[in-house]
Design a protein around this ligand. Structure first.
Ligand code: LHQ
Length: 257
C-alpha cells in the first residue's frame, strides 16, 4: 500500500491505494511509518519525497473501516496508535521532507501534507478539512499547523466549513510552498528532492529543527539554540567543503556529514 524506492539519496514514498484515493487503513499506516523509520535510521537517505498514486493524494482515514454499526469506536486510540506517531516521525526527521500533493488531500491527508517541510501541489489539487462533515475535529496536527501557517480566521473558516481550498490559494496563503502545473508536478518535486538530498544534510536538518523550535521558544531561547546549532554545524565536514568550494570557485560536493 506504500511504494518505496531509494535513488540519489531520495527515499520516495508513494501512497498506493488509488481506488480509495489513498485513504489510510492500518496496513498503509504501518508501511508509511516503516518508510519514515527507514529515513531516520539510514544515512543514505538524505531527503524524503511523499506523494500519492492515482488521481488523489490522500483522502484521510478509510471510512470504510469505520462502520458505526460495529459499536462506539475509540478514535483517540486510532490517533495515538497511528496518526500521532506518523506526525512525530515527519517533524523529528532531521532531513528535508518534500510532499507532492498530486490530487485531493482530505482530512488527515491534508494535514499530513501541511506537516511536511516543503509542499508542492498540482494546480488542480484541493485541500479539505473534511472532519467537520463527519462530526470530528482536525487531527494530524491540523489545529496546530493551520493557525500557525494561515492565522486563526482562515484556520477556523476552513475547519468549520470543510470547504475545499484550491492549490493556488493554499500557496498564496502560505499553507504550501507552491502550486505548479499538474503535468510538471512530479518533475519539479523530484528535482527539488534530489537537489536537497545532495545538500549539507546535517545543516539542513538542524535548520529544520531550529525553525520548528521557534514555535515554542522565546527569542532568547532561540538565539541560544542558533548558537549551539551553529557550533555543531561549524564542525561538520560539509561546512568545510562548502567554504572550500566557495573559495575555490567550484561547486560544493556535500556528503551529508
Ligand atoms: C474513500 C475515502 C475515505 C474510504 C474516498 N475512505 N473510501 C482519524 C481517526 C479515526 C477516524 C476518523 O478519521 C481520522 C482522520 C480523518 O482523516 S477524518 C476524514 C476522513 N476523510 C474524509 O472524510 C474524506 C472522505 N472523502 C471525500 O469526501 C471525497 O471522497 C473526496 C472529497 C476526498 C474526493 O471526492 P471525489 O473526487 O468526488 O471522489 P469520490 O468521493 O468519488 O471517491 C473515489 C473513491 O474513493 C470512492 O469509492 P468508489 O468505490 O465509490 O469509487 C470513495 O468511496 C473512495 N474514498 N475517500 N476516506
Amino acid at each position: 500500500t506504500v511504494l518505496s524506492s531509494l535513488a540519489d539519496g531520495v527515499l520516495s514514498l508513494t501512497l498506493n491505494r488509488p481506488d480509495k484515493l489513498n485513504a489510510f487503513n492500518e496496513e498503509m499506516h504501518l508501511e508509511l511509518r516503516a518508510g519514515f523509520e527507514h529515513a531516520h535510521a539510514d544515512e543514505n537517505v538524505r531527503a524524503v519525497l511523499l506523494t500519492g498514486a492515482g488521481r488523489g493524494f490522500c483522502a484521510g482515514q478509510d471510512l470504510g473501516d469505520r462502520d458505526p454499526n460495529k459499536g462506539v469506536p475509540d478514535l483517540g486510540q486510532t490517533i495515538e496508535t497511528f496518526y500521532n506517531p506518523l506526525l512525530r516521525l515527519i517533524r523529528s526527521l532531521e532531513k528535508p521532507v518534500i510532499c507532492a500533493v498530486n490530487g485531493v488531500a482530505a482530512g488527515a491527508g491534508a494535514n499530513i501534507a501541511f506537516a511536511c517541510d516543503i509542499t508542492l501541489a498540482a494546480r488542480t489539487a484541493r485541500f479539505i478539512q473534511a472532519f467537520a462533515k463527519i462530526g470530528l475535529v482536525p487531527d494530524s496536527g491540523g489545529t496546530w499547523s493551520l493557525p500557525r501557517l494561515i492565522g486563526e480566521a482562515r484556520a477556523k473558516a476552513l475547519a468549520l466549513t470543510a470547504e475545499p481550498l484550491d492549490a493556488d490559494t493554499a500557496a498564496a496563503w502560505g499553507l504550501i510552498w507552491r502550486a505548479v502545473d499538474d503535468d510538471t508536478l512530479m518533475d519539479e518535486a523530484n528535482a527539488l528532492a534530489k537537489r536537497l538530498a545532495a545538500g549539507p544534510t546535517k545543516g539542513l536538518g538542524m535548520t529544520k529543527r531550529a525553525i520548528q523550535a521557534a514555535a515554542t521558544n522565546s527569542l532568547d531561547q532561540q538565539l541560544d539554540l542558533e548558537r549551539d546549532l551553529q557550533r555543531e554545524a561549524g564542525r561538520s565536514a560539509d561546512y568545510a567543503e562548502g567554504v572550500s568550494a566557495f573559495l575555490e570557485k567550484r561547486k560544493a560536493e556535500f556528503k551529508g556529514r
